[in-house]
Design a protein around this ligand. Structure first.
Ligand code: ADE
Length: 248
C-alpha cells in the first residue's frame, strides 16, 4: 500500500511511522510513505501557503493552489487511483471499520490542514472524505494522519508477526458476520511472573484448556465492554452464548 501525506510538516508523520510495527511494515515493503510539502509548490519570495479568511475572524486559511499542486504531484507519482482523505474535527469519526476499509485501498492521500483549515473549495473539488480522530481540536492534521498510517499499516498482511493478534484486538467485530461497526473491547493480558506482589495471574490462563481460555477471554471482553463502553454493546447483536457469558 502507498500513502502520500500532504503537510507543512511531512517529516513529522514520517517520524511517527519509523518505529515498531509500522516501521517494520515499511522495511518489509508492505507500506510506502511519501511526503509532499505545499510550501514547495507555493509562489513568490515568501512561498505563502495561507491567507486571511474572507468575512474576517481570527486565524489563517490554507490557500488552494499550493495544496492542489501538491496533490497533483502526489497523484502523478503513481498511476494507481488514490483515495483522498482530509483530516479535520469536522470529519466522520474514525472507527476500526473505517480503518479496515482504508487499509484495503492501494493508495491513500492524507491531506493535513493547519491554522483554521483549508479553503472549502479545495475540499469540495478534490477530497473524497473528511475524517476526525475524535471530538477535540489538534493544531493540525498531522497527528491524525499518523494515527491513520499506524492503524492501516498494522492491518497490512504480513505486518504483524503473530497473524492472530489483529483479529483479537479491541474493536474487531463482536460478530464477524454482523455489523462491522459493532465492536468489543479487548480482554486483559498477563505475562510472567505467575505470582507477584501485585497479584496472581488468573488460574484459567495456565490450565492449558484452550476452550476454557477462549471462553474466559470472551467473557472478560464482554464484561469490560459492558462496564466501560455500554454504547458499543447492542443486546440484539449478541449471540445466546455471549448473553450467557455476560449473565455468569
Ligand atoms: N485536525 C485538528 N483536529 C483534528 C481531529 N480531531 N481529527 C482529525 N484532524 C484534526
Amino acid at each position: 500500500m502507498r500513502i502520500d501525506v500532504i503537510s507543512l510538516f511531512p517529516e513529522f508523520v514520517a517520524q511517527c511511522a519509523a518505529f515498531g510495527v509500522v516501521g517494520r511494515a515499511g522495511e518489509r515493503g508492505l507500506l510506502s510513505l511519501h511526503g509532499w510539502n505545499p510550501r514547495d509548490y507555493a509562489e513568490g519570495n515568501y512561498r505563502r501557503v495561507d491567507d486571511r479568511p474572507f468575512g474576517g475572524g481570527p486565524g489563517m486559511v490554507m490557500l488552494i493552489d499550493p495544496l492542489r499542486a501538491s496533490l497533483k504531484a502526489a497523484r502523478e507519482a503513481d498511476p494507481r487511483p488514490a483515495r483522498v482523505v482530509y483530516l479535520s474535527p469536522q470529519g466522520a469519526p474514525l472507527t476500526q471499520a473505517k480503518v479496515r476499509e482504508l487499509a484495503g485501498q492501494e493508495r491513500l492521500v492524507l491531506l493535513c490542514g493547519r491554522y483554521e483549515g483549508v479553503d472549502e473549495r479545495l475540499l469540495a473539488a478534490d477530497v473524497d472524505e473528511e475524517i476526525s480522530i475524535g471530538d477535540y481540536v489538534l493544531s493540525g492534521g498531522e497527528l491524525a494522519a499518523a494515527v491513520i498510517v499506524d492503524a492501516v499499516a498494522r492491518l497490512q498482511e504480513g505486518a504483524l508477526n503473530d497473524a492472530d493478534s489483529a483479529e483479537q484486538d479491541s474493536f474487531e467485530p463482536v460478530d464477524p458476520a454482523g455489523d462491522p461497526a459493532r465492536v468489543l473491547l479487548d480482554c486483559p493480558h498477563y505475562t510472567r511472573p505467575v505470582s507477584h506482589e501485585l497479584g496472581d495471574v488468573p488460574a484459567v490462563l495456565m490450565s492449558g484448556n484452550h476452550a476454557e481460555i477462549a471462553r474466559w477471554r470472551r467473557q472478560q471482553a464482554l464484561g469490560r465492554t459492558w462496564q466501560r463502553r455500554p454504547d458499543l454493546l447492542d443486546e440484539a447483536s449478541l449471540s445466546n452464548a455471549d448473553r450467557a457469558l455476560l449473565a455468569a
